[in-house]
Design a protein around this ligand. Structure first.
Ligand code: XMP
Length: 171
């Protein structure tokens, strides 16, 4: 399927550098753990952490939502096999895209419950007009139109993650 470029490699690189500076200033002398949500935020994680010149730890969580067979309610299943203890840590939760906000809001609650000292959120992308859960990301890369996007970690059916830019997938 054709992909129409939306954010170029250099735009993303510049924005990541700016976010890195901001995070570095905000978390100086604090025990920072960046918890990245698999799989979409892996590329953003790799690029962002190399722009942050203060000590930090990284952790990974997986969140999958399942729609009930008989209801439209969705259940979020959180797998934290690769998440070390965050007790007493200042956690920055990193996701690829804020869409309805359900995933991020549930993960924030979950990490608070795990004993983190603070929890903030960072997203590479935020789609306009889609949010149903009121959550304001503390750090946001780009606000984008309501379209299905791929690349720089984001997938369609597990393809396109390796594209170095973000593009709109024409269906
Ligand atoms: P919610 O709705 O909980 O969902 O904010 C966030 C998750 O939905 C996926 N998502 C997308 N994935 N292109 C993608 O590749 C998109 O345009 C898109 N919109 C939502 C993504 O997994 C994200 O973590």
């Amino acid at each position: 399927m054709p992909v129409e470029p939306l954010l170029s490699e250099s735009e993303i690189r510049d924005r990541m550098a700016a976010l890195g500076r901001q995070i570095e200033d905000d978390y100086r002398d604090r025990p920072l753990t960046i918890v990245a949500v698999l799989t979409g935020s892996l590329i953003a994680l790799a690029d962002l952490i190399r722009q942050i010149r203060i000590p930090l730890r990284i952790a990974l969580v997986q969140a999958s939502s399942y729609r009930g067979a008989t209801t439209s309610a969705t259940t979020l299943v959180i797998n934290e096999a690769f998440a070390p203890d965050v007790t007493g840590r200042d956690v920055l939760l990193l996701d690829d895209i804020l869409d309805t906000g359900q995933t991020l809001a549930a993960l924030v609650r979950h990490i608070h419950d795990r004993g983190a000292r603070s929890v903030r959120t960072a997203v590479l992308l935020r789609k306009v007009g889609r949010q149903v859960v009121p959550i304001e990301p503390d750090y946001c890369g780009f606000v984008i139109p309501d379209a299905f996007v791929v690349g720089y970690g984001l997938d369609y059916d597990d393809d396109y993650r390796h594209l170095p830019y973000v593009g709109i997938l024409s269906q």
